[in-house]
Design a protein around this ligand. Structure first.
Ligand SMILES: [Zn+2]
Length: 542
Protein backbone atom coordinates (compact mmCIF):
# COMPACT_ATOMS: atom_id res chain seq x y z
CA UNK A 1 0.00 0.00 0.00
CA UNK A 2 2.63 2.48 1.08
CA UNK A 3 4.74 1.29 -1.73
CA UNK A 4 1.99 1.79 -4.24
CA UNK A 5 1.35 5.28 -2.88
CA UNK A 6 5.00 6.08 -3.07
CA UNK A 7 5.23 4.92 -6.62
CA UNK A 8 2.13 6.82 -7.52
CA UNK A 9 3.35 10.06 -5.90
CA UNK A 10 6.99 9.95 -6.82
CA UNK A 11 6.10 8.34 -10.11
CA UNK A 12 7.77 9.57 -13.22
CA UNK A 13 9.73 12.47 -11.79
CA UNK A 14 11.34 10.31 -9.12
CA UNK A 15 12.17 7.56 -11.55
CA UNK A 16 13.66 10.12 -13.89
CA UNK A 17 15.75 11.61 -11.08
CA UNK A 18 17.05 8.20 -10.05
CA UNK A 19 17.70 7.28 -13.67
CA UNK A 20 19.55 10.58 -14.21
CA UNK A 21 21.67 10.14 -11.11
CA UNK A 22 22.65 6.66 -12.29
CA UNK A 23 23.46 8.12 -15.68
CA UNK A 24 25.51 10.91 -14.10
CA UNK A 25 27.46 8.44 -12.00
CA UNK A 26 28.25 6.37 -15.08
CA UNK A 27 29.17 9.40 -17.22
CA UNK A 28 30.28 11.53 -14.29
CA UNK A 29 33.36 12.85 -16.03
CA UNK A 30 33.63 12.56 -19.80
CA UNK A 31 37.15 14.04 -19.64
CA UNK A 32 38.25 11.24 -17.31
CA UNK A 33 36.69 8.67 -19.62
CA UNK A 34 38.33 10.26 -22.65
CA UNK A 35 41.79 10.36 -21.08
CA UNK A 36 41.37 6.78 -19.97
CA UNK A 37 40.22 5.58 -23.40
CA UNK A 38 43.14 7.25 -25.22
CA UNK A 39 45.68 5.81 -22.79
CA UNK A 40 44.21 2.33 -23.05
CA UNK A 41 44.58 2.49 -26.81
CA UNK A 42 48.01 4.16 -26.99
CA UNK A 43 49.67 2.05 -24.28
CA UNK A 44 48.30 -1.25 -25.57
CA UNK A 45 50.86 -3.91 -26.51
CA UNK A 46 49.51 -3.78 -30.08
CA UNK A 47 51.25 -0.41 -30.54
CA UNK A 48 54.54 -1.97 -29.46
CA UNK A 49 55.78 1.05 -27.52
CA UNK A 50 55.30 3.65 -30.32
CA UNK A 51 58.98 3.94 -31.30
CA UNK A 52 59.76 6.75 -33.74
CA UNK A 53 59.45 5.38 -37.27
CA UNK A 54 57.74 2.13 -36.22
CA UNK A 55 54.34 0.81 -37.42
CA UNK A 56 53.11 1.17 -33.84
CA UNK A 57 53.90 4.89 -33.91
CA UNK A 58 52.18 5.27 -37.30
CA UNK A 59 49.07 3.63 -35.86
CA UNK A 60 49.20 5.93 -32.84
CA UNK A 61 49.59 8.95 -35.15
CA UNK A 62 46.49 7.94 -37.12
CA UNK A 63 44.59 7.53 -33.88
CA UNK A 64 45.54 11.03 -32.71
CA UNK A 65 44.59 12.51 -36.10
CA UNK A 66 41.18 10.80 -35.88
CA UNK A 67 40.70 12.13 -32.34
CA UNK A 68 41.74 15.64 -33.38
CA UNK A 69 39.13 15.46 -36.17
CA UNK A 70 36.46 14.25 -33.75
CA UNK A 71 37.41 17.04 -31.32
CA UNK A 72 36.71 19.65 -33.99
CA UNK A 73 40.25 20.65 -34.98
CA UNK A 74 41.39 21.32 -38.55
CA UNK A 75 44.37 19.52 -40.04
CA UNK A 76 47.55 21.64 -39.91
CA UNK A 77 50.12 19.25 -41.37
CA UNK A 78 51.61 18.89 -44.85
CA UNK A 79 49.34 19.50 -47.85
CA UNK A 80 46.15 19.86 -45.86
CA UNK A 81 46.72 16.63 -43.92
CA UNK A 82 47.28 15.98 -40.24
CA UNK A 83 50.91 14.92 -40.40
CA UNK A 84 54.10 16.92 -40.64
CA UNK A 85 56.52 14.41 -42.17
CA UNK A 86 60.06 14.30 -40.76
CA UNK A 87 63.09 12.41 -42.05
CA UNK A 88 65.64 10.95 -39.66
CA UNK A 89 68.95 9.17 -39.79
CA UNK A 90 68.96 6.27 -37.36
CA UNK A 91 72.23 4.90 -35.98
CA UNK A 92 72.52 1.66 -34.04
CA UNK A 93 75.71 1.07 -32.11
CA UNK A 94 77.83 -1.97 -32.97
CA UNK A 95 79.41 -2.88 -29.61
CA UNK A 96 81.70 -5.51 -31.20
CA UNK A 97 83.23 -2.77 -33.34
CA UNK A 98 84.06 -0.47 -30.42
CA UNK A 99 87.50 -0.07 -28.84
CA UNK A 100 88.70 1.98 -25.87
CA UNK A 101 92.37 1.50 -25.09
CA UNK A 102 94.84 3.45 -22.98
CA UNK A 103 98.59 3.13 -23.42
CA UNK A 104 100.54 4.57 -20.55
CA UNK A 105 104.15 3.91 -19.53
CA UNK A 106 104.43 0.81 -21.68
CA UNK A 107 101.23 -0.68 -20.23
CA UNK A 108 98.08 -1.10 -22.34
CA UNK A 109 94.65 -1.25 -20.77
CA UNK A 110 91.76 -2.28 -23.01
CA UNK A 111 88.29 -1.59 -21.61
CA UNK A 112 85.34 -3.94 -21.90
CA UNK A 113 82.35 -2.50 -23.76
CA UNK A 114 79.25 -2.33 -21.60
CA UNK A 115 81.11 -3.17 -18.41
CA UNK A 116 83.66 -0.33 -18.47
CA UNK A 117 82.29 2.08 -21.04
CA UNK A 118 79.77 2.79 -23.78
CA UNK A 119 80.38 4.65 -27.03
CA UNK A 120 78.27 7.36 -28.67
CA UNK A 121 76.93 6.35 -32.08
CA UNK A 122 78.99 7.68 -34.99
CA UNK A 123 77.21 9.77 -37.64
CA UNK A 124 79.72 10.12 -40.48
CA UNK A 125 80.72 6.82 -42.02
CA UNK A 126 80.12 3.51 -40.32
CA UNK A 127 83.34 3.55 -38.35
CA UNK A 128 85.27 6.31 -36.61
CA UNK A 129 88.67 6.07 -35.02
CA UNK A 130 91.00 8.36 -33.12
CA UNK A 131 94.32 8.03 -31.27
CA UNK A 132 95.40 11.06 -29.24
CA UNK A 133 96.63 12.27 -25.85
CA UNK A 134 94.05 12.95 -23.12
CA UNK A 135 93.40 16.36 -21.61
CA UNK A 136 91.09 16.70 -18.62
CA UNK A 137 89.03 19.91 -18.78
CA UNK A 138 86.67 19.75 -15.78
CA UNK A 139 83.05 19.99 -16.86
CA UNK A 140 84.08 21.21 -20.29
CA UNK A 141 82.10 24.37 -19.65
CA UNK A 142 82.80 27.94 -20.66
CA UNK A 143 80.16 30.19 -19.10
CA UNK A 144 81.29 33.76 -19.71
CA UNK A 145 78.21 35.28 -18.01
CA UNK A 146 79.35 33.77 -14.72
CA UNK A 147 83.07 34.10 -15.37
CA UNK A 148 83.49 30.32 -15.34
CA UNK A 149 85.97 28.73 -17.76
CA UNK A 150 87.30 25.17 -17.74
CA UNK A 151 89.39 25.93 -20.84
CA UNK A 152 91.43 28.85 -19.50
CA UNK A 153 95.06 28.44 -20.51
CA UNK A 154 94.71 25.02 -22.16
CA UNK A 155 94.98 23.99 -25.79
CA UNK A 156 92.67 21.13 -26.75
CA UNK A 157 93.78 21.02 -30.37
CA UNK A 158 94.26 17.40 -31.44
CA UNK A 159 93.45 16.11 -27.94
CA UNK A 160 90.78 13.83 -26.59
CA UNK A 161 88.88 15.90 -24.03
CA UNK A 162 88.05 14.17 -20.75
CA UNK A 163 85.07 15.90 -19.13
CA UNK A 164 82.74 15.47 -16.19
CA UNK A 165 79.04 15.06 -16.94
CA UNK A 166 76.76 17.99 -16.15
CA UNK A 167 77.77 21.52 -15.24
CA UNK A 168 79.16 23.27 -12.14
CA UNK A 169 76.56 23.21 -9.35
CA UNK A 170 77.75 26.69 -8.36
CA UNK A 171 76.39 28.22 -11.59
CA UNK A 172 72.97 29.88 -11.35
CA UNK A 173 70.28 27.23 -11.91
CA UNK A 174 69.31 28.23 -15.48
CA UNK A 175 72.87 28.54 -16.66
CA UNK A 176 73.70 25.22 -15.16
CA UNK A 177 70.75 23.63 -16.97
CA UNK A 178 71.86 25.16 -20.27
CA UNK A 179 75.48 23.99 -19.97
CA UNK A 180 74.35 20.49 -18.97
CA UNK A 181 73.12 19.91 -22.52
CA UNK A 182 75.41 17.52 -24.39
CA UNK A 183 74.98 19.47 -27.61
CA UNK A 184 76.18 22.68 -25.92
CA UNK A 185 79.16 20.88 -24.40
CA UNK A 186 80.11 19.04 -27.60
CA UNK A 187 79.81 22.23 -29.66
CA UNK A 188 82.25 23.95 -27.28
CA UNK A 189 84.70 21.00 -27.39
CA UNK A 190 84.52 20.96 -31.20
CA UNK A 191 85.13 24.72 -31.25
CA UNK A 192 88.28 24.11 -29.17
CA UNK A 193 89.45 21.55 -31.79
CA UNK A 194 89.22 18.46 -29.58
CA UNK A 195 89.18 15.24 -31.64
CA UNK A 196 87.32 13.01 -29.21
CA UNK A 197 85.55 13.09 -25.86
CA UNK A 198 85.57 10.86 -22.79
CA UNK A 199 82.78 11.58 -20.32
CA UNK A 200 83.20 10.77 -16.63
CA UNK A 201 79.93 10.60 -14.71
CA UNK A 202 79.74 12.66 -11.54
CA UNK A 203 78.62 10.71 -8.46
CA UNK A 204 75.29 12.59 -8.72
CA UNK A 205 74.69 11.57 -12.34
CA UNK A 206 75.80 8.05 -11.56
CA UNK A 207 73.22 7.85 -8.80
CA UNK A 208 70.51 9.51 -10.91
CA UNK A 209 70.78 6.98 -13.75
CA UNK A 210 72.40 3.73 -12.58
CA UNK A 211 74.96 2.23 -14.97
CA UNK A 212 72.70 -0.75 -15.83
CA UNK A 213 69.92 1.61 -16.97
CA UNK A 214 72.41 3.65 -18.98
CA UNK A 215 73.62 0.51 -20.75
CA UNK A 216 70.04 -0.54 -21.43
CA UNK A 217 69.42 2.87 -23.00
CA UNK A 218 72.32 2.43 -25.42
CA UNK A 219 70.72 -0.76 -26.78
CA UNK A 220 68.10 1.45 -28.42
CA UNK A 221 69.00 3.23 -31.64
CA UNK A 222 69.85 6.93 -31.77
CA UNK A 223 68.47 9.40 -34.31
CA UNK A 224 69.19 12.78 -35.82
CA UNK A 225 67.20 15.10 -38.03
CA UNK A 226 68.64 15.44 -41.53
CA UNK A 227 68.98 18.38 -43.93
CA UNK A 228 67.73 18.46 -47.55
CA UNK A 229 70.79 16.51 -48.64
CA UNK A 230 70.11 13.81 -46.01
CA UNK A 231 73.09 14.83 -43.88
CA UNK A 232 72.54 14.54 -40.12
CA UNK A 233 71.97 17.81 -38.26
CA UNK A 234 73.30 18.76 -34.81
CA UNK A 235 76.30 16.44 -34.90
CA UNK A 236 79.98 17.24 -34.42
CA UNK A 237 82.20 15.43 -36.92
CA UNK A 238 85.30 17.09 -35.38
CA UNK A 239 84.75 14.93 -32.30
CA UNK A 240 85.40 11.65 -34.00
CA UNK A 241 84.54 9.32 -31.11
CA UNK A 242 82.78 9.90 -27.79
CA UNK A 243 82.65 7.42 -24.94
CA UNK A 244 81.29 7.41 -21.37
CA UNK A 245 83.26 5.64 -18.65
CA UNK A 246 81.86 3.55 -15.84
CA UNK A 247 82.99 4.66 -12.38
CA UNK A 248 85.89 2.23 -11.75
CA UNK A 249 87.23 2.57 -15.27
CA UNK A 250 87.15 6.34 -14.83
CA UNK A 251 89.07 6.05 -11.56
CA UNK A 252 91.75 4.00 -13.35
CA UNK A 253 92.08 6.32 -16.35
CA UNK A 254 92.16 9.46 -14.23
CA UNK A 255 94.17 7.75 -11.48
CA UNK A 256 97.31 8.12 -13.57
CA UNK A 257 96.98 11.90 -13.45
CA UNK A 258 98.05 14.49 -10.91
CA UNK A 259 94.85 14.19 -8.85
CA UNK A 260 92.74 11.18 -7.80
CA UNK A 261 89.11 11.11 -8.91
CA UNK A 262 87.75 11.85 -5.42
CA UNK A 263 89.69 15.12 -5.35
CA UNK A 264 88.51 15.99 -8.84
CA UNK A 265 84.89 15.45 -7.79
CA UNK A 266 85.38 17.52 -4.64
CA UNK A 267 86.83 20.46 -6.58
CA UNK A 268 84.11 20.14 -9.23
CA UNK A 269 81.40 20.29 -6.59
CA UNK A 270 82.87 23.56 -5.31
CA UNK A 271 82.72 24.95 -8.84
CA UNK A 272 86.49 25.19 -9.24
CA UNK A 273 87.55 25.03 -12.89
CA UNK A 274 90.28 22.45 -13.40
CA UNK A 275 92.30 21.29 -16.37
CA UNK A 276 95.39 19.12 -16.68
CA UNK A 277 96.99 16.70 -19.10
CA UNK A 278 96.74 12.99 -18.39
CA UNK A 279 99.70 10.78 -19.18
CA UNK A 280 99.38 8.30 -22.02
CA UNK A 281 97.59 8.00 -25.33
CA UNK A 282 94.09 6.69 -25.90
CA UNK A 283 92.68 4.90 -28.94
CA UNK A 284 88.93 5.08 -29.37
CA UNK A 285 86.94 3.32 -32.08
CA UNK A 286 83.17 3.34 -32.55
CA UNK A 287 80.91 1.81 -35.13
CA UNK A 288 77.26 2.20 -36.16
CA UNK A 289 74.86 0.81 -38.68
CA UNK A 290 72.46 3.25 -40.34
CA UNK A 291 68.91 3.37 -41.55
CA UNK A 292 66.78 6.17 -42.96
CA UNK A 293 63.60 6.56 -40.97
CA UNK A 294 60.45 8.55 -41.68
CA UNK A 295 58.02 9.66 -39.00
CA UNK A 296 55.68 12.59 -38.39
CA UNK A 297 54.32 15.10 -35.91
CA UNK A 298 50.50 15.15 -35.81
CA UNK A 299 49.20 18.72 -36.00
CA UNK A 300 45.67 20.04 -35.44
CA UNK A 301 44.58 23.68 -35.45
CA UNK A 302 41.85 25.53 -33.62
CA UNK A 303 41.54 28.87 -35.39
CA UNK A 304 41.35 31.89 -33.08
CA UNK A 305 38.32 34.19 -32.96
CA UNK A 306 40.03 37.59 -32.74
CA UNK A 307 40.58 39.06 -36.21
CA UNK A 308 44.03 40.35 -35.18
CA UNK A 309 45.23 38.04 -32.43
CA UNK A 310 44.33 34.91 -34.41
CA UNK A 311 47.50 35.47 -36.46
CA UNK A 312 49.44 34.47 -33.33
CA UNK A 313 49.69 30.82 -32.39
CA UNK A 314 49.95 29.08 -29.04
CA UNK A 315 51.51 25.65 -29.57
CA UNK A 316 50.43 22.89 -27.17
CA UNK A 317 52.71 19.86 -27.25
CA UNK A 318 52.94 16.32 -25.92
CA UNK A 319 55.24 13.68 -27.34
CA UNK A 320 53.49 10.65 -28.77
CA UNK A 321 56.54 8.46 -29.23
CA UNK A 322 58.09 6.17 -26.66
CA UNK A 323 61.05 3.80 -26.93
CA UNK A 324 59.39 0.75 -28.52
CA UNK A 325 60.65 -2.81 -28.26
CA UNK A 326 63.84 -3.46 -26.31
CA UNK A 327 65.67 -5.90 -24.07
CA UNK A 328 63.17 -7.98 -22.07
CA UNK A 329 62.88 -7.19 -18.38
CA UNK A 330 60.94 -9.76 -16.32
CA UNK A 331 59.89 -11.44 -19.55
CA UNK A 332 58.38 -8.29 -21.10
CA UNK A 333 60.07 -6.54 -24.05
CA UNK A 334 57.37 -3.97 -24.91
CA UNK A 335 58.16 -0.57 -23.47
CA UNK A 336 54.55 0.72 -23.49
CA UNK A 337 55.22 4.22 -22.16
CA UNK A 338 51.87 4.50 -20.41
CA UNK A 339 52.87 7.48 -18.26
CA UNK A 340 55.66 8.48 -20.68
CA UNK A 341 53.78 9.78 -22.65
CA UNK A 342 50.52 8.07 -23.60
CA UNK A 343 49.14 10.01 -20.64
CA UNK A 344 50.35 13.41 -21.87
CA UNK A 345 49.01 12.68 -25.35
CA UNK A 346 45.61 11.69 -23.92
CA UNK A 347 45.52 15.00 -22.04
CA UNK A 348 46.47 16.87 -25.21
CA UNK A 349 43.51 15.32 -27.07
CA UNK A 350 41.02 15.99 -24.28
CA UNK A 351 42.28 19.56 -23.78
CA UNK A 352 41.71 20.07 -27.53
CA UNK A 353 38.17 18.76 -27.15
CA UNK A 354 37.46 21.05 -24.21
CA UNK A 355 38.82 24.11 -26.02
CA UNK A 356 37.08 23.35 -29.30
CA UNK A 357 33.82 22.71 -27.44
CA UNK A 358 33.86 25.99 -25.51
CA UNK A 359 33.99 29.62 -26.60
CA UNK A 360 36.62 30.15 -29.29
CA UNK A 361 40.04 31.17 -27.96
CA UNK A 362 41.17 34.56 -29.29
CA UNK A 363 44.55 33.39 -30.53
CA UNK A 364 44.94 30.30 -32.68
CA UNK A 365 45.95 27.07 -30.94
CA UNK A 366 48.15 24.47 -32.62
CA UNK A 367 47.94 21.05 -30.96
CA UNK A 368 50.99 18.92 -31.69
CA UNK A 369 51.53 15.25 -30.86
CA UNK A 370 55.26 15.03 -31.40
CA UNK A 371 57.56 12.29 -32.64
CA UNK A 372 61.23 11.69 -31.82
CA UNK A 373 61.22 13.07 -28.28
CA UNK A 374 62.92 10.01 -26.85
CA UNK A 375 65.60 10.37 -29.55
CA UNK A 376 66.52 13.85 -28.36
CA UNK A 377 63.46 16.14 -28.63
CA UNK A 378 63.69 15.79 -32.42
CA UNK A 379 60.00 16.26 -33.31
CA UNK A 380 59.92 19.33 -31.10
CA UNK A 381 63.11 20.70 -32.65
CA UNK A 382 61.66 20.18 -36.14
CA UNK A 383 58.38 21.88 -35.24
CA UNK A 384 60.12 24.79 -33.51
CA UNK A 385 62.25 25.28 -36.65
CA UNK A 386 59.30 24.71 -39.04
CA UNK A 387 56.23 25.81 -37.09
CA UNK A 388 53.80 25.78 -40.12
CA UNK A 389 53.14 29.50 -39.49
CA UNK A 390 55.64 32.37 -39.75
CA UNK A 391 58.07 31.84 -36.89
CA UNK A 392 57.51 35.25 -35.32
CA UNK A 393 53.82 34.35 -34.95
CA UNK A 394 54.53 31.54 -32.49
CA UNK A 395 53.52 33.25 -29.25
CA UNK A 396 54.03 30.50 -26.68
CA UNK A 397 54.44 26.80 -26.03
CA UNK A 398 52.67 24.77 -23.35
CA UNK A 399 54.08 21.25 -22.95
CA UNK A 400 52.90 18.15 -21.10
CA UNK A 401 55.23 15.19 -20.66
CA UNK A 402 54.77 12.22 -18.33
CA UNK A 403 52.32 13.78 -15.86
CA UNK A 404 52.07 11.39 -12.90
CA UNK A 405 48.69 10.45 -11.41
CA UNK A 406 49.60 7.82 -8.86
CA UNK A 407 47.44 9.96 -6.57
CA UNK A 408 45.69 13.34 -6.51
CA UNK A 409 47.80 16.46 -5.82
CA UNK A 410 46.69 19.84 -4.55
CA UNK A 411 49.37 21.62 -6.54
CA UNK A 412 51.01 21.78 -9.97
CA UNK A 413 54.58 22.26 -11.06
CA UNK A 414 55.24 24.80 -13.78
CA UNK A 415 58.75 24.44 -15.16
CA UNK A 416 59.65 27.75 -16.72
CA UNK A 417 57.14 29.81 -14.71
CA UNK A 418 59.93 32.10 -13.54
CA UNK A 419 61.17 32.86 -17.05
CA UNK A 420 58.23 34.64 -18.65
CA UNK A 421 54.82 36.17 -18.14
CA UNK A 422 53.38 32.68 -18.69
CA UNK A 423 54.10 32.13 -14.98
CA UNK A 424 51.44 34.70 -14.03
CA UNK A 425 48.82 33.04 -16.23
CA UNK A 426 49.53 29.63 -14.74
CA UNK A 427 49.33 31.03 -11.23
CA UNK A 428 46.00 32.73 -11.92
CA UNK A 429 44.44 29.67 -13.56
CA UNK A 430 45.86 27.43 -10.84
CA UNK A 431 44.20 29.57 -8.19
CA UNK A 432 40.84 29.23 -9.96
CA UNK A 433 41.32 25.46 -9.92
CA UNK A 434 42.42 25.34 -6.29
CA UNK A 435 45.92 24.34 -7.38
CA UNK A 436 48.95 26.04 -5.88
CA UNK A 437 52.27 26.30 -7.72
CA UNK A 438 54.46 23.66 -6.13
CA UNK A 439 58.25 23.75 -5.94
CA UNK A 440 60.49 21.91 -8.41
CA UNK A 441 60.84 18.52 -6.66
CA UNK A 442 64.19 17.73 -8.31
CA UNK A 443 66.13 20.85 -9.37
CA UNK A 444 69.20 18.69 -10.11
CA UNK A 445 67.30 16.97 -12.94
CA UNK A 446 67.12 20.29 -14.83
CA UNK A 447 63.78 19.22 -16.28
CA UNK A 448 63.23 22.55 -18.06
CA UNK A 449 65.83 21.68 -20.72
CA UNK A 450 64.81 18.03 -21.02
CA UNK A 451 61.43 18.00 -22.76
CA UNK A 452 59.77 19.44 -25.85
CA UNK A 453 59.32 22.97 -24.52
CA UNK A 454 63.08 23.48 -24.76
CA UNK A 455 63.35 23.59 -28.58
CA UNK A 456 60.78 26.41 -28.43
CA UNK A 457 62.87 28.18 -25.79
CA UNK A 458 65.86 27.83 -28.13
CA UNK A 459 63.71 29.38 -30.85
CA UNK A 460 63.09 32.34 -28.52
CA UNK A 461 59.49 31.39 -27.69
CA UNK A 462 58.33 31.70 -24.06
CA UNK A 463 57.43 28.18 -22.97
CA UNK A 464 56.17 26.31 -19.98
CA UNK A 465 56.05 22.65 -19.00
CA UNK A 466 53.21 21.69 -16.68
CA UNK A 467 53.03 18.72 -14.36
CA UNK A 468 50.91 17.67 -11.39
CA UNK A 469 52.60 18.57 -8.10
CA UNK A 470 53.54 16.27 -5.26
CA UNK A 471 51.54 17.71 -2.36
CA UNK A 472 48.93 14.99 -1.85
CA UNK A 473 45.22 15.72 -1.37
CA UNK A 474 45.19 12.76 1.01
CA UNK A 475 47.93 13.60 3.55
CA UNK A 476 48.53 9.90 4.18
CA UNK A 477 49.62 9.43 0.58
CA UNK A 478 53.36 9.74 -0.05
CA UNK A 479 53.18 11.17 -3.57
CA UNK A 480 56.79 12.32 -3.74
CA UNK A 481 58.02 8.87 -2.69
CA UNK A 482 55.64 7.15 -5.12
CA UNK A 483 56.87 9.29 -8.02
CA UNK A 484 60.49 8.68 -7.05
CA UNK A 485 59.76 4.96 -6.92
CA UNK A 486 58.22 5.14 -10.39
CA UNK A 487 61.40 6.78 -11.74
CA UNK A 488 63.52 4.12 -10.05
CA UNK A 489 61.52 1.02 -11.03
CA UNK A 490 59.38 1.78 -14.08
CA UNK A 491 60.71 4.82 -15.97
CA UNK A 492 61.86 3.74 -19.46
CA UNK A 493 61.13 0.11 -18.62
CA UNK A 494 58.46 -2.27 -19.93
CA UNK A 495 56.60 -1.93 -16.61
CA UNK A 496 55.54 1.66 -17.39
CA UNK A 497 52.32 0.10 -18.62
CA UNK A 498 48.57 -0.17 -17.99
CA UNK A 499 49.04 -2.21 -14.82
CA UNK A 500 50.27 0.83 -12.83
CA UNK A 501 47.84 2.68 -10.56
CA UNK A 502 46.17 5.76 -12.05
CA UNK A 503 43.87 8.36 -10.48
CA UNK A 504 41.43 9.16 -13.29
CA UNK A 505 39.70 12.01 -11.46
CA UNK A 506 43.06 13.68 -10.86
CA UNK A 507 43.94 13.32 -14.55
CA UNK A 508 40.62 14.89 -15.56
CA UNK A 509 41.16 17.80 -13.17
CA UNK A 510 44.65 18.37 -14.55
CA UNK A 511 43.32 18.25 -18.13
CA UNK A 512 40.77 20.98 -17.37
CA UNK A 513 43.55 23.01 -15.79
CA UNK A 514 45.72 22.61 -18.91
CA UNK A 515 42.84 23.65 -21.18
CA UNK A 516 42.22 26.72 -19.02
CA UNK A 517 45.91 27.65 -19.01
CA UNK A 518 45.93 27.49 -22.80
CA UNK A 519 42.78 29.63 -22.91
CA UNK A 520 44.37 32.02 -20.45
CA UNK A 521 47.36 32.42 -22.78
CA UNK A 522 45.29 32.71 -25.96
CA UNK A 523 42.98 35.35 -24.49
CA UNK A 524 45.53 37.65 -22.83
CA UNK A 525 45.63 41.02 -24.61
CA UNK A 526 49.47 40.91 -24.62
CA UNK A 527 51.37 37.96 -26.02
CA UNK A 528 53.71 36.30 -23.50
CA UNK A 529 57.03 38.07 -22.85
CA UNK A 530 60.31 36.85 -21.40
CA UNK A 531 60.94 38.39 -18.01
CA UNK A 532 63.49 41.19 -17.92
CA UNK A 533 67.03 39.88 -17.68
CA UNK A 534 65.97 36.26 -17.95
CA UNK A 535 68.87 33.98 -18.92
CA UNK A 536 66.98 32.11 -21.65
CA UNK A 537 65.21 35.20 -22.96
CA UNK A 538 68.50 37.10 -23.17
CA UNK A 539 70.17 34.19 -24.95
CA UNK A 540 67.49 33.16 -27.42
CA UNK A 541 64.82 35.83 -27.90
CA UNK A 542 65.03 37.47 -31.35
ZN1 LIG B 1 58.56 11.78 -22.03
Amino acid sequence: MVKAFFQARIGRAGALAIWLSVLVSIRAEPVADGVRAHIEFLADDLLAGRATGSPGFALAANYVAAQFRAAGLEPAGDRGGWQQAIQFLEATRVPEGAVARLERGGVTETLKYGEDYVADPVWFGEKAEVTAPLLFVGYGVHAPDSGYDDFAGVDLTGKIAVVLSGAPPTLPHDERAYYTKTTVKYAELARCHAVGVVTVLTPEDDARVPWAIRINGTRFSAMRLVDETSRPLDVFPELKVGITLQREAAARWLGGGPRPLAEIFAAAKLGKPQAFALPGTATLVAQSTFRRVASANVLGRLAGSDPKLREEVVVVTAHLDHIGIGPAINGDNIYNGRYDNATGTAILIEAARLLAGGPRPRRTVLFAALTGEEKGLLGGVHLARHPVVPREKVAANVNVDMPMFLGAARDVIAWGAEHSTLGKVVERVGRAHGLALGPDPAPEEVIFVRSDQYPFVEAGVPAIYLDPGETPVDPAMKLHELNAEFRRLHYHRPSDDLSLPFDHAAAAHFTRFIADVVRGVTDEPQRPQWNKGDFFGARFAP
